[in-house]
Design a protein around this ligand. Structure first.
Ligand SMILES: [Zn+2]
Length: 115
C-alpha cells in the first residue's frame, strides 16, 4: 500500500494544502485495503481547480479483489468528508467521476472559514 503517483501525472504547482489532502486520503484508502493512487493533479484545461494546484484525483482501481469497487469508493468518500475540512469538496459517482475521486479546495469557502 502507500501512495502511488500514476505514470505521466504532472504534479507541477501542487499546493501544500493538496499535499495534506493526499496524506489524509492515503489513510482513508489504507482502511479499505487499498493504496492511494494519484491519477491527476495539474491540467491546463480542466474541471475545477486542476489548473491552479488546488485539486487532486485519486484512482479507485486498487481495492482488494474481493470488494465491490463502487461500494469501497463510497466508503473512502465518506471517510474523506469526515476527515477533511468542510471547505474541501469531495466528488464521486456522477458521470465524470466514476473511475476516480476528485477533491478540490473551495477557496471561497476556505477563506470565509478563517477566524
Ligand atoms: Zn479532478
Amino acid at each position: 500500500m502507500g501512495t502511488i503517483i500514476k505514470k505521466g501525472v504532472n504534479i507541477l504547482g501542487i499546493t501544500p494544502e493538496v499535499c495534506l489532502v493526499a496524506q489524509v486520503a492515503d489513510g482513508c484508502f489504507a482502511e479499505l485495503g487499498s493504496s492511494c493512487e494519484i491519477t491527476s493533479v495539474f491540467r491546463i484545461t480542466a474541471f475545477g481547480y486542476h489548473g491552479s494546484g488546488y485539486a487532486i484525483d485519486f484512482g479507485v482501481d486498487n481495492f482488494p479483489k474481493n470488494v465491490v469497487r463502487y461500494e469501497a469508493s463510497k466508503r473512502v468518500v465518506k471517510l474523506l468528508r469526515e476527515r477533511l475540512p468542510e471547505y474541501c469538496d469531495v466528488v464521486f459517482g456522477d458521470k465524470r467521476h466514476m473511475d476516480h475521486i476528485h477533491v478540490e479546495i473551495d477557496l471561497r469557502k476556505a477563506y470565509k472559514s478563517v477566524k
